[in-house]
Design a binder for this molecule. Sequence first.
Ligand code: RIB
Ligand code: CA
Length: 313
Amino acid sequence: MTARKIIIDTDPGQDDAVAILLALASPEAVDLLGITCVAGNVPLSLTSKNARIICELAGKPEVPVFAGCERPLGRELVTAEHVHGRTGLDGPDLPDPTMPLADGHAVDFIIDTLRSNPAGTVTLCPIGPLTNIATAFRKAPDIAEKVQEIVLMGGAYFEVGNVTPTAEFNIYVDPEAADVVFRSGVPIVVMPLDVTHKVLVTRDRNDRIRDLGTPVGLAVAQMTDFFERFDREKYGSDGAPLHDPCVIAYLIRPKLFSGRHVNVEIETGSELTMGMTVADWWQVTDRPANATFMGHVDAPGFFDLLTERLARL
Ligand code: RIB
Ligand code: CA
């Protein structure tokens, strides 16, 4: 299998951090061309700092990290310090980055990368609000047809919302951007809360990661120890849901997941349901299918993969 060329678009966030680590630990499957940061869990100044902290934790300071959009297309930024802590990476005590930000805006990196690679060979992996991706598509409409696939974490259907009764955070923060992406015609794979709430870092799973006995293993265990508070209190969950690593695990081992190719549209009108991913799961409309919406995950297989790969770093 040749390594798949990808860009991770991210708002670290502890679960984003684990996704980045999983990608960096899997070079035979994933060729990480660059990381583009967006405002989301915490402001852009912190997401673009945290991405570099994680690259250095993994011993990969050569990965280019770009700062992108600092606010949604048309709404005020909503952040999630109550989940991720003030820094966005609360839990471990990691040193500030020494690697600089890459020159240029994240949106231009996305555009230039898609224009300079053969069509259909670069996958976009957004794991935060979709502001950078939508801005790139608006600034350079020619690039949409060059994207191999978008594999994103966002949305919810049977699991309903985690930030409002109907909306998942990444989509809710920038529903206008999500609407641009879901209407783009690019093949999309969606990792919604319907699967990410099934990959919970239970005590046993976290102990397996901590017991790797490496700086990466300890840092990840400390991140999820911090990150799980919100879900334990709100849902009574038995651990933190590892939302974003599902995107990377899909690239490495797609058979861990299953879902349906259905129509998904984004609520952008009603404040009551703003940011809802309206998935036509039962295909009761004639709206054309535009996304593979995942509904099932092999959670033990996911954690076996994650733990085995983290041990490489
Ligand atoms: O709703 C979960 C998503 O929102 C994850 O990507 C998490 O990092 C936050 O960005
Ligand atoms: Ca995220």
